[in-house]
Write a protein that binds this ligand. Sequence first.
Ligand code: AMP
Ligand code: ZN
Ligand code: FE
Ligand code: FE
Length: 289
Amino acid sequence: MGSEDSGEEGRADLHLHSTRSDGIHAPAEVMRMAAQAGLAAAALADHDTVDGIGEARAAASSLGIRFIPAVEVTVGFEGRDIHVLGYFVDPENPGLAALLVGLRRARAERLRRMLARLRRLGMPLNGSEVRAQVPRGATVGRPHLAECLVRRGWVESLQDAFRYYIGTECPAYVPSTTSSPEETLRILRAAGGVPVLAHPALYRDSEIIERFAAAGLLGIEVAHPRHDPAETARLRKIAAELGLLETGGSDYHGGGRGDAPPGTQTVGMAAVSALEAAHLQLADPGGGK
Ligand code: AMP
Ligand code: ZN
Ligand code: FE
Ligand code: FE
């Protein structure tokens, strides 16, 4: 990317995970890695939680990089999970907090259902064994489950766990689908969060972009480790056509859970300014008039 540069220096990685969900590094450590990579700005976007934002914000401040509070929420759409990023979200917003509590509960229930499926496939695991992989209070996710399948020797790698058992097309997969696009995006926007569709190319369905745009989506993630250059170009074209913002990030988790390190997928600071302008517009649609 780079054509969007408008005089502001530096690059931003807008998609990073921490131990508050399924990443392996603490929020402060993730920010340290972002600073180490020479980034001017970074966003922590954990799954269905804003718990890491305080720690990451403080770390970013002492490291001298710009921090963007974010979250990656799970949305239910046609029987599958869709991930929506929310930028500049207010982590104290009560409506958002209630949404996130519900989403984490849905994940706990979904884990039980996935464990039942694994048991039927001859892989009996206890919930407590999976929860032992999850830091206290953090969002449970499929990577934690994948870790257990590797430890038990049922698969050789996290990738194989997803490929054979827990990936979206696999026999032990269950979506955690709860809240609808309309409801989720309304709550996200009311909390000041600019809704951006995460890694759209993973869904292989450009209809999803139009459908979510109608529900209040304001941007799409164009730069992502699982988008090849052709996908990124295609998505940029769609963004331009639909008047959506463009974002990007490494979706770093660490430990083989998504190994593109911080700084490997970025956008220019003009993209951050555009997100911030959209955020201010959400908070004050009249522009102060
Ligand atoms: P969940 O939100 O619980 O459905 O888990 C989603 C997470 O699983 C993503 O953020 C990735 O970290 C990881 N993941 C999804 N698909 C794969 C895959 N095919 N290989 C490795 N990790 C994956
Ligand atoms: Zn994840
Ligand atoms: Fe995601
Ligand atoms: Fe992610």
